[in-house]
Design a protein around this ligand. Sequence first.
Ligand code: ARG
Length: 506
Amino acid sequence: MAPDKLVFVCGKFPCSCVSLDASLSQAASDRASSSVSNDLENNVSSNQMWGGRFAEGPSAIMREINASIPFDKALWRQDIAASKAHVAMLGAQSIISAQDATSIAHGLDAIAAEYEKDGVPEDWDLEDIHMTTESRLTALIGPVAGRLHTARSRNDQVATDFRLWVREAMEQVDSGLEQLQRALVIRASEHADSIMPGFTHLQTAQPVTLGHHLMAYYEMIRRDRSRFADAHLRLNECPLGSAALAGTGFPIDRSATSEALGFSRPTANSLDAVSDRDFALDYLMAAAQCSLHLSRLAEEFIIWASQPFGFVRLPDTLSTGSSIMPQKKNPDAAELVRGHAGRIIGNATALMVTMKGLPLAYSKDMQDDKPPVFDAASLLALSIAAMTGMVADSTFRTARMREAAELGYATATDLADWLVRQADIPFREAHHITGAAVKLAEEKGTSLDALTLGELQAIDPRIDDRVFAALSVDASVASRRSYGGTAPEQVRHQVAQARQQLGMDR
Ligand code: ARG
């Protein structure tokens, strides 16, 4: 940042931070210091939850930088669920009375109803969702609310809430990806025989079927789902009861809270439980990999929809027009999916960098774990939905695809393979002979199968008229019957397997 600039943080999330130049920086610092003096004049007390040893309240800057409520209010459902599990356990273990446990649980239910109806209030002095809820509980049921925090800390509380949130995000991604897979399978089965050019280096390589191309993405998404499932397994241990970092002297039952919250087991080490965020990173890295696949699929649609290709007509519902060029239909949704991948990858990087230098156990840096995850989750959900719609509702222009496959000597490998198989010529020599045939066709401006038998025999007398059957794009595609290959029968096999995996025939 230039030395004469300073960034001042706004109170909103997403934060629209304003970069101020030097003339404004004075105003900013005035604001800061006047807020401090206002605090003192107004006799703002120290924080009610942890302020026992502080003589003064925090400055405005401190309150603003400290507050995570603008974003962690998204955790309110998880926070209340975890508190309810905790208080039920405290009651069952006679750590607090059954009566207190019941009134706390009722208070929490009442707060949930309020949040549902009116949203979560955002008071920076209450810092985060945990203190916001506890403060509201105190207002509703009085000092007994203070018993809820027995045998826990915000450190295990936030680790638990956040795991619950990420777990749900993983489940949502999985069902979105399943929809995308279904769309791919349906379109692949419609187009198991549709011929298009297959590319390497974006140069025509060999003819393939559109179904085969779409099923390639099915496979990528299948692995993405398995990455999320794998991360889900590792995430599903409950940190609650790890307390601040060292566990607690109260006779808590960690298995009970773990089970109540749907975890497989309690975490085994309290220091690890409050200070690692690898579950969030697992999520972000799986999200980054998945967004990368979506971005490549989006890129295919962008290229295919361009006029020189003309392979696909995008659904109107997922395209936009140009404000100046009436003929334009732009693939904006696909471009944004491609763009969002950059942001999702950035979010994964952000959290890795946040975590990399932190000693055990909790440090406040870790409060910054949430915005990248929340941002990635909403970008990913949108990207998946957009690509599902694009796959399901695009019109593939199969005649145009076939035409393109017939250009570019896509069956040259088939001629070489024919020479190997029918004339017992070593592949390297066959490659050479084929090169001469391509050169001649290029000079004549025709396709390979438009060369005459005489012309081909002049290149190599071992060629006979059976060769023409091998030179059509249909013959080429039909011949590639190896497992996983592009032949329509193989594509149908892949589709059948996929339908089984997805339970589509049940
Ligand atoms: N808002 C905090 C966070 O998101 C909660 C944990 C606070 N813990 C603490 N020791 N100050 O990380």
